[in-house]
Design a protein around this ligand. Sequence first.
Ligand code: NAP
Length: 322
Amino acid sequence: MSKLLSVKLSDGYLMPALGLGTSASNKVAKSTIKEAVQRAIDVGYRHIDSAFLYQNEEEIGSAIRKKIADGTVKRDDIFYTSKLWSTFCRPELVQVGLERSLKSLQLSYVDLYLIHFPVPLKPGEEIFPKDSQGKLIFDAVNLCSTWEAMEKCKDAGLAKSIGVSNFNRRQLEMILNMPGLKHRPVCNQVECHPYLNQSKLLEFCKARDIVMVAYAALGSNTDKEWVNKNNPVLLEDPVLNNIAQKHRRTPAQVALRYQLQRGLLVLAKSFNEKRMQENFQVFDFQLTPEDMQTLDGLNRNIRYFEDSEFSPHPNYPFSDEE
Ligand code: NAP
């Protein structure tokens, strides 16, 4: 049986190295999400990743509270991540955004709160505000002022830890070099898998004691609106499959183990109990240095997440290595 390992963040909190992803296409019923999170907690997952954007925090909060009520876990056992949506990046809206999530969750704090994208959007009720030509309306917000408001959320106890997502080196440096920086970002959550291994960004993050969290580590799901349907399917990659066969493991387990051995934390989304179990069994085998090198060789700058609507923004593509 695999035992879930945790990593110490720069602010002293522990974060489980494997997390359950919860972003699904809008074809998935909300009731499925609630059941999946309950099942995941039964399987042993203690780290759950979501966001205001996913519009599923009510169901996730309800699942977590149910597993607390039935005695399976205590609130302290769960590591829950949420993310500040781009329409709340103005400093006066950051706590409002977090409180919206907490209200849906019916929890008093999140363990980790991330700036979801380095691209502020026009505030308002529309998640993707658009002009008359259907173009996204960006908002000119200095992300350093957003970060100061994130620091206040940590100080107020609404988020135990704070970090960022989809940031590149330049954007991370901007935060790290802020005059009067009070709390450093503990993590940067980015797309990362053997086809986009982000080795330069990983090196930078490690040197600055920022943990990197990999999303789309299994190659994501082409049912999702933003996912490029023309890319090769990661889990069908012959090299990945050969390594999996050699270890009598599945390609998904090797893709997850690859990230853990590189020192990343990793998310895996599955709402299927068998695959949730499978993805959890990644702490009881070891890839050899040769396997790791072979997997490094698959890197080819393929991004599953491509949203051309964001492309006019200077911070696009996200988490690029320049
Ligand atoms: P992913 O975890 O790479 O892949 C999920 C897909 O793989 C689902 O279709 C799932 O289907 C399937 N799958 C799961 N386990 C499998 C297995 N063992 N064998 C075969 N197929 C398997 O993709 P993701 O959901 O895009 O990313 C993971 C999480 O990262 C998200 O859910 C979200 O929490 C987070 N994320 C964050 C950002 C950001 O901007 N910060 C962006 C994207 C994602 P089943 O459910 O049917 O098993």
